[in-house]
Design a protein around this ligand. Structure first.
Ligand code: MN
Length: 211
């Protein structure tokens, strides 16, 4: 018997127009229905090939299939973090409270320095990719990292607390090539309650991906 599970597209925790004026409904709908769905489909297609291989029904180019799986699965996971990482303006934005605020102050000096470092990371990703805030459990500290495309996740065991998508599909319809303005405006919709929830899971050694 061979068991291979499949991934599904999670619904957004708010309406497509909920993040306006900072992120348009048109971007959100395309981003969720086309791009995120594409990563889900891509991961499942790779799993389909692996399943056939495991059953002895097909030969595969394992390097290509695993590259596809890593790319699409990371795309699926990062978007599944990105959506609840945001909340409508008013509920989102501002400064964090809770333990995440304490740890940001401890490791970055102040919220302003953290925001500056994270924004710089996002604006300077080479090509397309992500800026992420992670909890790195080896030395139990917060780090900001960049991901190029979806493939490179350098801190293997680190848990993502906050993710910012800087692929062009995340902003181009509204901001054209001005990634910097998109990053600056994005702070108005950060959902700090969700970041705190992910931090508490990480501190307790639990996976925070499932809500
Ligand atoms: Mn994206």
């Amino acid at each position: 018997m061979v068991t291979t599970k499949r991934y599904t597209l999670p619904p957004l925790p708010y309406a497509y127009n909920a993040l306006e004026p900072y992120i348009s409904a048109e971007i959100m709908q395309l981003h969720h229905q086309k791009h995120h769905q594409g990563y889900v489909n891509g991961a499942n297609a790779a799993l389909e090939k692996l399943e056939k291989f495991r059953k002895g029904e097909a030969q595969i180019d394992i390097r290509a299939v695993l590259r596809d799986l890593s790319f699409h699965l990371n795309g699926h996971i990062l978007h599944s973090i990105f959506w609840p990482n945001m909340a409508p303006p008013g509920k989102g934005g501002g400064k964090p409270g809770g333990e995440i605020a304490d740890l940001i102050n401890k490791f970055f000096g102040s919220f302003e320095k953290f925001k500056e470092e994270f924004s710089q990371a996002a604006k300077n990703v080479e090509g397309v990719g992500w800026a992420i805030l992670v909890y790195e459990p080896l030395e139990e500290q917060l780090l900001i990292l960049q991901i190029e495309k979806h493939n490179l996740m350098h801190a293997a065991d680190a848990q993502v607390l906050l993710a910012l998508d800087v692929w062009e599909h995340a902003y181009y319809l509204q901001y054209k090539n001005d990634r910097g303005s998109y990053v600056d405006n994005w702070w108005n919709v950060v959902n700090w309650d969700d970041v705190e929830r992910r931090l508490q899971k990480a501190l307790n050694g639990q996976i925070a991906l499932k809500l």
